[in-house]
Design a protein around this ligand. Structure first.
Ligand code: SAM
Length: 241
């Protein structure tokens, strides 16, 4: 489970929201039983339930867990909005593979259009998927999912990362192996992955102008939903062997 950081003290944790229903009604937990709770920012504890009500669950911290299961480099996936339910798959699997955060973006070849109402609904569903995947993978960090942005805004995000890359399948791109080889633990990497139709030459040029590296994900063209998983698996192979 996850508890918001301000409800997470050294001794006591208060859980509110959907997790209360899960603990009380689905797991039918009782006072005295133990659960694992993370603050979503890297700390996980084992805690003993001390009170259960329909609105909130309280638990006392028994032990702070030392186990570290977060990717040593923070990888953010900027994902060109894909069609259908692919985004759900990308977020679920990407969270399992250790992504630090995600943001969707629209670009020249984006087909999906989200109005404000649809976007809010999608975001709510997508955040739920991320949370459930983080719990199932025993993540101590709850990956952040930011609201969709334009391609220009995605490029402007560059300053927040140690390194930024745009995944581009054409000749002349550096290899991901090379990009990762140049990084060390605690660095942060942003990779932009294009939608189904890929990036235009102009978009790649704009990204390069902003200091993004064009990076190849190998000699085969991957579907947009495969590309992010490839990046995360390579980061794990590089830093977690
Ligand atoms: N329509 C494009 C084409 O066939 O030329 C392919 C786009 S691909 C399905 C979607 C996105 O995945 C691309 O924009 C790119 O970001 C990423 N991608 C897929 N395979 C890649 C590769 N081998 N190297 C780099 N990026 C790749």
């Amino acid at each position: 489970y996850f508890a918001e950081p301000h409800l997470f003290t050294e001794q006591e944790i208060t859980i509110i929201g959907d997790d209360v229903h899960h603990i009380v009604n689905v797991m039918r937990a009782r006072v005295g039983e133990e659960i694992f709770v993370s603050d979503g920012a890297g700390k996980t504890v084992r805690a003993k339930l001390v009170s259960l009500s329909p609105k909130e669950v309280k638990a006392n911290v028994v032990e702070v867990l030392a186990e570290e299961c977060e990717l040593p480099i923070r990888v953010t996936i900027g994902q060109g909005l894909p069609k259908g339910e692919k985004m759900e798959w990308i977020l679920q699997k990407g969270t399992e593979l250790g992504a630090y955060s995600f943001f969707p973006f629209s670009s020249e070849r984006t087909i999906v259009k989200l109005d404000a109402k649809k976007e809010a609904k999608k975001l709510e569903r997508w955040r739920k998927i991320v949370k459930e995947a983080a719990e199932q993978s025993h993540r101590a960090v709850l990956p952040e999912l930011l609201s969709p942005v334009s391609f220009r805004e995605a490029l402007q995000a560059a300053k927040s990362y140690t390194k930024c890359a745009i995944a581009y399948e054409k000749e002349g791109s550096t290899t991901l192996h090379h990009v990762l080889g140049d990084m060390s633990a605690d660095d942060s990497l942003l990779v932009l992955v294009g939608p189904e139709g890929g990036f235009s030459v102009d978009e790649v040029a704009q990204a390069e102008k902003m200091g993004f590296l064009t990076v190849s994900l190998g000699p085969r063209i991957l579907r947009t939903e495969t590309a992010s998983q490839y990046i995360l698996a390579c980061a794990s192979y590089q830093f977690e062997r």
